[in-house]
Design a protein around this ligand. Sequence first.
Ligand SMILES: [Zn+2]
Length: 267
Amino acid sequence: MRIVGFGQEEPKAEEKQQRGTVITEPSPVRSLVSVSFEEGGRTLTYYNDRFDLNIGDRVFVSGKLSGKVGYVESLTTKFRIRLSDYEKVLSVAQTPVLGTYENKGDMMCSYDADAVSPEDFRKWVLPPQDETEGGEIIFGDGYEISMDDPTSADGYDPSVMQRAVKYCQDGKIGYVSVRNGVGKAFVHGTKWYEIDFRLSGNVLREAYCDCPYPGLCKHLLAVIVLLSVMRMHRGLDLERDFTLIGSETFWNAVRHTGQTITVHPDC
Ligand SMILES: [Zn+2]
């Protein structure tokens, strides 16, 4: 088992303030920024007049790659450009990775209270949302799914379950956490979908996914499959608050923060 630790000491007050997505805050720092994107492996140059950027920062930009996560590769303040030729940096998520993580298969697992929160994970993968867009969100009563017998859930469809298992195998689950019984998951389908649930014992209650599928969807079932497998075969303790992050997303995030990490020997 590999255990990785970050930021063991309490972050300083000013660092805590830096966490999160800064959207407005005009700043005199003007730079020309080279941004690399995971999708397509492209690197493009953007104009920035709003943020105090550093190499490795995770950013969202305007233009045809809007909505795709990019990373600052390099930047310069020595430039002369025609503004209309450049798209801009729209937001930056400066989120250090805290907590101690164990490698459990394709997921990194932490029981620490300061491990990556759902809000932090959202900033890793999604552009800032305009809360006023799209109107009011309302819920029905949600699904109830037992890990011991998911087939008894309302609207269970074995063909959807097959796709859910494939989702798990393909590492489509980016994030699952439970804190005080309140659960949140992010699953990557055609885009990132958000799942809300409550966990009591081995049962997910009041479970919702924000995908457009009208019934019990593969994203919800994939979360059930993952939690069952982690509990049965990887020793995940569902009685404790926990955070699971897909290894690929996790290491991508760590690689770009330039943080010092501590790897404990296998035990
Ligand atoms: Zn769904």
